[in-house]
Write a protein that binds this ligand. Structure first.
Ligand code: ZN
Length: 300
């Protein structure tokens, strides 16, 4: 986190006892809020998001945060970008959230945030200087695999979980920070810790879109169902071919450790169509629900 210089003319605020309701709101001392003094940049031919960021001595992440249309890192000629005077991000203040709480979250001094936002007492959105913007995982609405009346059709609804029995989750969906490199990366699926050779089952009836080797995924299967798709990676064996119809619960392969994998597990993804192509969503809620169903069947 870069150090933030605090102007000498700012009001002295003790950060330990800081209370946004209790400080002087002296407009004569506080500058215009950063978010009200953004510059505009019209994209010229040949410019990239990175080159524009460099021009203003900002990071690409800062521009992506303030310009949601450019979060795919592309720019269009003639497009207007919002340019802040320094790196940071815009943060929507939650109900009754204090500067102190926001400051703790981003490890920035509360008085610094207060000053950069014009010493407003109850701003809806604040600029957090020095904070690094990063994308949220795409969270789409969960489409239930199991209809609400599944108990009536218990036997034919036993499929859906991609393995014959529930296993522990060894890595969750979402952003993770590599403790060695400090790099953020996005884990687009959920890792299920199953033994080598465990049968892998189709989560739902559909058509095999791809079955074969796919780089870091190793031996990989993608199945498209009516409104979404599922993906199965690092397999040791594949029993289906592209274009083939499969039914829910059918064995399509076996758990392995092929591709970029440190040990046997099933990397399982749920994908939904979006404007940018297929987007992944967190499969956890499906799997928890399905694991419960399988548990009920075992107990019953
Ligand atoms: Zn994985």
């Amino acid at each position: 986190m870069p150090a933030i210089a605090v102007s000498n003319t700012s009001p002295a605020i003790n950060e330990n006892t800081f209370d946004p309701n209790g400080v002087d709101n002296d407009g004569g001392i506080c500058a215009t809020p950063v978010l009200e003094s953004l510059k505009s940049h019209r994209v010229k031919s040949g410019e990239t998001l990175a080159s524009i960021a460099k021009t203003y001595n900002l990071t690409t992440a800062t521009l992506m945060g303030l310009n949601p249309k450019n979060r795919d890192r592309t720019v269009k000629v003639g497009q207007i970008l919002k340019i802040p005077p320094l790196d940071g991000l815009a943060y929507q203040v939650k109900n009754l959230e204090t500067y102190k709480a926001i400051a703790d979250k981003y490890r920035v001094r509360p008085d610094v945030i207060f000053e950069f936002n014009g010493c407003q007492n109850r701003p809806k959105t604040v600029f957090i200087p020095g904070a690094v913007w990063k994308p949220d995982p795409i969270i789409a609405k969960i489409i239930p695999l199991i209809p609400p009346n599944f108990k009536e059709n218990l036997i034919i609804q036993t499929g859906g979980y991609p393995l014959p029995y529930p296993v522990p989750v060894t890595s969750n969906y979402g952003w993770r920070n590599n403790p060695v490199t400090g790099q953020w990366s996005f884990h687009s699926g959920i890792d299920l810790g199953a033994a080598m050779g465990t049968p892998v089952l189709a989560a739902k009836t559909g058509r095999v879109e791809f079955a074969g080797w796919e780089g870091g995924y190793g031996n990989f299967i993608e199945i498209i169902h009516t409104s979404f798709g599922t993906r199965y990676a690092h397999l040791s064996q594949i029993f289906v071919t592209s274009g083939q119809r499969v039914v829910k619960g059918q064995q399509i392969g076996r758990v392995g450790s092929t591709g970029r994998s440190t040990g046997p597990h099933l990397h399982f993804e749920v994908i939904v169509p979006s404007a940018q192509g297929w987007a992944t969503l967190d499969p956890a809620s499906y799997l928890i629900r399905l694991a419960v169903v399988i548990g009920e069947i075992v107990v019953g």
